[in-house]
Every structure is written in C-alpha cells, then in structure tokens.
Design a protein around this ligand. Sequence first.
Ligand code: GLA
Length: 381
Amino acid sequence: MNIKTLQSLFLQRFVRDGALYASPGRVNLIGEHTDYNGGFVFPGAIDKAIYASVLLNGTDKVRAYAIDYDEYCEFGLREEDKPAEHWACYIFGVCREIQKRGYQLQGFDTCFYGDIPLGAGMSSSAALESTFAFALNDLLNLGIDRFELARIGQSTEHNYCGVKCGIMDQFASLFGKAGHLMRLNCATMEFEYFPFNPEGYKLVLLDTVVKHELASSAYNKRRESCENVCRHIAARHPEVKYLSDASTEMLKEVEKEVSDEDYMRAEYVIGEKQRVLDVCEALERCDYETVGEKMYGTHHGMSKLYEVSCDELDFLNEIAKECGVTGSRVMGGGFGGCTINLVKEELYDTFVATAQEKFAARFGHEPKIYDVVISDGSRKI
Ligand code: GLA
C-alpha cells in the first residue's frame, strides 16, 4: 500500500479526489506513565504513520473505508450514531469531540491505511485520531491549534474508546519534528525540541508481537492508583496537584494510608520524573552511558513496581543487558508491545541476531525489528 494506491482507491469508491493527510506514530525515549501524572515525557514522532484521503461530502454522514481491514462503515455525527466497528469509533470520537467544543462539522468521505504496527506501543490509535482531527481542522478552516487537536484525540480515547490515557501520544504525533525529540512538561504543556542524533548509536525497537488482553483496564487501574495516592498526599500538601509534584518524602508520609500496591505504583512515578530530567541533562553532554543506565532503571521500575511488563519484554530486556546494549526498556503503556533499545552501531547486528534467536527458542516466534527514524508530525501531503 502506498499513497498512489490510496488515491486511486478513494477515486474508485467516491468518484472524486480527496485531500491527503498523514500523522505518525511515536517512540518515547524515557518518561513512561508520567503524562497523566503531570510529569515529563520525551517522545519523538516516527516514520510510520496513518495516511488518509479525506473529502467533505455535503451531507451529515461520514463514509469511511479502512483499507487495512477491508471494512466500510457509514455513521452520522450525533452522539447516538456511534458505529460498531472499533476503528471507526476513533474517527467518530474525533468528530464528536470537535463538535463538543462548539465547532460546526460536516460529513466527509475517507479512505485510510497505516504502516504503524498495531498494538506494538507505537500509538497507532493516536495517529488515527490526529490524522482526522488535523484533516477536519484544515478542510473546515476551524482554526484549532495543535494542542487542542491533541486534546481532541485524548478525549476521544477517554470518551469513546475506554482508555484514560495521557496526552503524550497525540502530542507527539501532532508536534513531531524530524531529527528531534520533545521534552514535554505534561502539567504545563511547555515543551522543548532536543536534536537527537546520537553519533555511533542506533535506536531500535524489538516488538514482542504480543498484546495482552485487558491492557486498557489495567492501564486505567494504574491511573486510579496514582490519583488515589495523589489525593492522600495533597490532603497534607495542597500544593501537590499531580503525583509528579510529590517527593519521595511526601510519599513516605502516606505509606500507612494507601495499599502496598498503590505505594509501589507511586514510587515508580516519582522516580521516573527524575530519570527524564537526568536523561535530558546527559544528552546535552552526549553522555549516552547515563541515558542507557536510566532506560534500564525505567524498565526495572515498570516491571517490578508499576508491573506493566511481561515475560516477553523482560526477556528482551535481559538479552539486551547480556549483549552489552547501552539502554533498553519496555516502551509505551506496556503489557506487550516493544522494547526500545539504544545500541552501539558495532553491536547492532549481534544484538538483533541474538535477540531473534533466543526469543524464538523461548517463545516460538521471532520479535519484529524496527529501526527508529525520528520524523515530522501531522501534515497535509
Ligand atoms: C500509552 C498512553 C500514553 C502514556 C503511555 C505510557 O501510550 O496513551 O498517554 O500514558 O501509555 O507512558
């Protein structure tokens, strides 16, 4: 599949030409499960995206064809028109969230496809939301800024897809810049671009190709734990709005008031805040050893305290360690998906081959390998 085929499929189905839009998936170097806790994240957009051809159709209906699923669906723009197809709910949610913000919407025709592996933790759903939020804003001249487009995607997840996610994925998809990572303070939405071109190193994703069921409810549960601990801390320290505002000392004060499990979750989040700041500082000195060490620290926290890893991910992390990879950790929400690895160029081939061989021997299939190319965010093509 490519843009040309997308165009001709659109033409065949809807007889006219649509406008073309793309929004990418993302990687995150460090800062995981910190976004909904008002902490820092450090993502970058990648060279894998959702591509859509979109054209207003003069009705109040959306007619959408998902090329990858070979599924077609029509739905209206009112709350009661929610489609049954899972993929269509993302588009529908974006339409609803735009309207809830007071903008007039119209029906449109669309065909879309993507090359972001599904369920791999590279945010294919955020890319889908960003594509349609960006396209509708452009086609209807709504004048919505990119921050609000990101919030539209996030609210779509909350209100139409059942995931109480943070803002990182939609932000990264909309604001991505080739060759740059972005450090975002999720409490204030202030962000900075960091050039990222670690000489002598490669970033590579190893995809376990497993996606554990109940990932969304487990994700939502983590968020509840964090909010619960935050409420206890805020009762003593009203200046604490988000868990990431709290210190380890503050956490210790409420140890007896919260469950052991919630305590561990909070311990991870508070630790992760410092790791992001340390990584940014290390990057400025081109100190990749420290960057890598913090990545392993995040993996340990996500596996043992936040408990969002799984056997496959832990196994890949161990192999990375054994091979002398500089940094490695589970990326994204967890419960399957990828590890992100910072690896010296001269080690790359051995690492990938070893991981493939050992992983296959243990789990019966090879992990998929994706080299990371940091790319631009949402755009009209
Ligand atoms: C998912 C969510 C994000 C973020 C990450 C974990 O990707 O969509 O908002 O919370 O998990 O960092």
